[in-house]
Design a protein around this ligand. Structure first.
Ligand code: NOJ
Length: 556
């Protein structure tokens, strides 16, 4: 097997299509690396770990919010979109990070959170102070409450995190928050809101940021009629596309058309990727080159590890991406879901929320099987045309920390759901860089979420240089991908054994995944990657293998 790790050139600054087949690594800053020992990851911590990212072989880093925030929602409650949280660093340290990443040939994508600000934002504070009917309140979605003194909410809508979506401010007005009460929704009909976001995009683009990940890109614009439908009416109504009062409205694309002008005013154009949980047929407009340019496809976050499902997801998404003149995205883990090494450790159909409530014991996960399937799935998506988004720690094969104590939970979901959902903290526990030392090398102090003792076994330093480790597997996979990923084409190999998905890529690259329980014959070709242990001429269950045809032709 070839372990060729090519020396990478610094990324050409003018390549306008770098994002189409990029491997983008998500850094959740508070949990990545802590330089000053306060238990919270920071920008210098990330800069110090750029060699890890370079060695891993990623093309870009997506940085989750690092802006000033009370952390009511892990930083997605932004006080000031053009500043750095002092606990995380300074603007100068941000510039240092950009410089270090670019010197390593790695691009930087930052998170933009345009549906809401935090309740500490200066404009929200001004709106509270100015009172009902004031121009300051028009920048947000304020409504008079029902009842004589506005004592009842304008509607019974619930927020995404549970509980009511309206919060009273004590003077008869209520404001809309689709997420936590600390995240008031902007009024996107207001010119100040539009202009302020354009300024934010330019601010970061001017500092060298290469692209943007757009949070809840399918919200923003709203159309709230004088009489609001009830939650039940909204659910029951068979609304045509674009007719929901606050999700996936067509007008949102006018916002992104204006953003596109900003992106295209830079050389190379800045990129964007939409976080839009919309039906697949609605994704194209977000991914259009006239809009954000690319959209997340979360289908594999929801898919079971199964041959037919994976093939269908890939076929559909390649078609959608082509129709949108974009490239597809592939995501197995992020900061909002149970890590895929754990998802695949559970029997298909397991209710993950109930499993987390059982502290990860009901059912007991098949840890080894979960990791085997996770690595197979990773190798499968890395062989696909399009861009792959990796989440920090998956290169260590980290499972979910499912047994965090209730008292340690930070996710607003925990309280807002009345203790019926533990939320997303289990995938946000600070990374184990070393088996020994304070906070497993996360930093010189503690860690803002407790790390389990088993983190020592999966720490990066234990895996570094260890043949067969997940870290070495990711490094090899990314290096080989860099060499083989060419045009965005894929051809399915038909007639494979049951439970097997096999495809070829131009340039003589074959990928075979055995989703089934029994070993299957290894196709012809030179094996360049295997997600697990390979028999001499058999591919075991839950395993992906990449083969290269030595003549540079597809080997199947
Ligand atoms: C999506 C983000 O990924 C999630 O972490 C956040 O809670 C919501 N948007 C609200 O901003």
């Amino acid at each position: 097997m070839s372990h060729l790790l090519e020396e990478r050139p610094t990324a050409p600054a003018t390549d306008a299509t770098w994002w189409r087949q990029a491997v983008v690594y998500q850094v959740y800053p508070r949990s990545f690396a802590d330089s000053d020992g306060d238990g919270i990851g920071d920008l210098p911590g990330i800069t110090a770990r750029v060699p890890h990212l370079r060695r891993l072989g990623v093309d870009a880093v997506w940085l989750s919010p690092f802006y000033p925030s009370a952390l009511a929602d892990g930083g997605y409650d932004v006080d000031d979109h053009r500043a750095v949280d002092p606990r995380i660093g300074t603007l100068a340290q941000f510039d240092d990070l950009v410089t270090a990443l670019h010197a390593a040939g790695i691009r930087l994508v930052v998170d933009i959170v345009p549906n809401h600000s935090s309740d500490r934002h200066r404009w929200f504070q001004a709106a509270l102070a100015a009172g009902p009917g004031s121009p300051e309140r028009e920048r947000y979605v304020f409504r008079r409450g029902l009842g004589v003194d506005g004592e009842r909410p304008p509607s019974d809508w619930t927020s995404v995190f549970g509980g009511p979506a309206w919060e009273p401010v004590g003077d008869g007005d209520w404001y809309l928050h689709l997420f936590a009460p600390e995240q008031p929704d902007w009024n996107w009909d207001h010119p100040d809101v539009r202009a302020d976001h354009l300024e934010t995009l330019r601010f970061w683009a001017d500092r060298g940021v290469d692209g943007f990940r757009i949070d809840v890109a399918n919200a923003l614009t709203k159309h709230l009629p004088a009489t609001l439908p009830s939650a039940e009416e909204l659910r029951a109504a068979d609304l045509p596309d674009g007719a929901h009062p606050y999700f996936d409205r067509d007008e949102v694309h006018e916002v992104y058309a204006a953003w596109r002008e900003v992106f295209d005013s830079y050389d190379p154009p800045r990129t964007a990727v939409a976080e839009a949980w919309v039906p697949a047929h609605r994704r194209a407009r977000y991914a259009s080159p006239l809009g954000l340019g690319q959209a997340f496809n979360f289908d594999l976050l929801l898919a079971r590890f199964d041959a037919a499902t994976y093939r269908t997801v890939v076929e559909e998404n390649l078609r959608f991406a082509r129709d949108a003149e974009s490239s597809s995205t592939w995501v197995l883990s992020n900061h909002d879901v149970v890590r895929h090494a754990s998802r695949f450790a559970l029997p298909p159909g397991t209710d993950e929320k109930a499993w987390l409530l059982s502290d990860g014991h009901d059912p007991e996960p098949d840890v080894a099987g979960g990791l085997r399937r996770a690595r197979a799935a990773t190798a499968f998506v890395l062989a696909l045309p399009g861009s792959a988004y990796l989440y920090q720690g998956e290169e260590l094969g980290l499972p979910e920390v499912a047994d965090l104590a209730r008292a340690d939970l930070q996710d607003p979901t925990w309280l807002r759901s009345g203790g019926t959902e533990k939320g997303r903290d289990g995938c946000r526990v600070p990374l184990p860089w070393s088996a020994e030392g304070p906070s497993h090398g996360f930093g010189p102090g503690g860690s803002h979420l407790p790390q389990p003792s088993w983190f020592a076994d999966v720490a990066a330093d234990r895996q570094d240089g260890t043949p067969g480790s997940t870290l070495e597997f990711y490094r090899t996979a990314l290096a080989v991908r860099r060499r083989l990923q060419t045009v965005e084409e894929l051809s399915w190999v038909e007639g494979t054994p049951e439970g097997v998905v096999q495809f070829t890529r131009p340039g003589g690259w074959t990928c075979l995944t055995n989703f089934g329980p029994d070993p299957v014959p290894l196709p012809a070709g030179q094996v360049v990657l295997c997600s697990g242990e390979l028999g001499s001429d058999l591919v075991p269950a839950d395993t992906t293998v990449w083969l290269e045809d030595e003549a540079g032709r597809p080997s199947a």
